[in-house]
Design a protein around this ligand. Sequence first.
Ligand SMILES: [Zn+2]
Length: 344
Amino acid sequence: MNNILLPTSTAGSLPKPSWLAQSETLWSPWKLQGEQLIDGKHDALRIAIQEQQFAGIDIVSDGEQSRQHFVTTFIEHLDGVDFENRKTVKIRDRYDASVPTVVGPVSRQKPVFVNDAKFLRKQTNKIIKWALPGPMTMVDTLYDAHYQSREKLAWQFAKILNQEAKELEAAGVDIIQFDEPAFNVFFDEVNSWGIACLERAIEGLKCQTAVHICYGYGIKANTDWKKSLGSQWRQYEQVFPKLKQSNIDIISLECHNSRVPIELLELIRGKKVMVGAIDVASNNIETPEEVAETLRKALKYVDADKLYPSTNCGMAPLSRQVARGKLQALSAGTEIVRKELLAQ
Ligand SMILES: [Zn+2]
């Protein structure tokens, strides 16, 4: 796919401009409507690409500028889900959220992100990555009054995601990433059907595929949860053996400033790994040396040709200035390690 050593990317979202949506807020309502909103999203997407390219990021994305939330925006476009009929449920077994209800068979009548992906493709010659929610995380962000089975609903979502993914691939997307923070919580389900559903979602794809598994955005519910996890975060250990056997090409992980024992990466040796070297739960901008140090540790367990420096998670809740600084730190830190590898 590319000959770049240690190609850099982000996990997904970037902050939105303040004229488009309330800054530093998840699920922020749009400030524009109708045609103005469509234009505004495209303008924001152009800026997001420009910011990434200016910072020297190798694999660029839309920064999720055209979606309000990484899961619900996709679900909004599906039939069978009632957004008026909302229920409060505990999501990721962690915090209450008001979510829509599945009221009938779910289906996708038309493409969701394909036009946005075509637009992104026209703006850049770089490798492009597109994020979709994973089936299990979709199920975990809904109230299901129809299937009454997380597994059955996830399987339906996997089929829908596969339709969307095939069209994204045809639109020129190089890497399709599925966001599965739920994989860090529901280990029995991940191993019994979560990874199988993910493999159904990528069936027949020729482009690269990735799964992003993190400890969430830097919001309070997540940082509180992290404090309860003890001195070693061994969640990845539960899902890595089965993920290693799966057809997914790339695994995107949280590594910097986290308590994940880095040696767990040995369990997925042979896979490509997007190593999170930027903490998204802090406004402190990493120094290039800090980024480099995280990458050096990961290199003990990930072969250099399979290591993709990245961010721990999306940066939507951060200020634009902080996100910009973090993108630059990621590039500069990666450059230090590239030079070291080439000098060996
Ligand atoms: Zn994440």
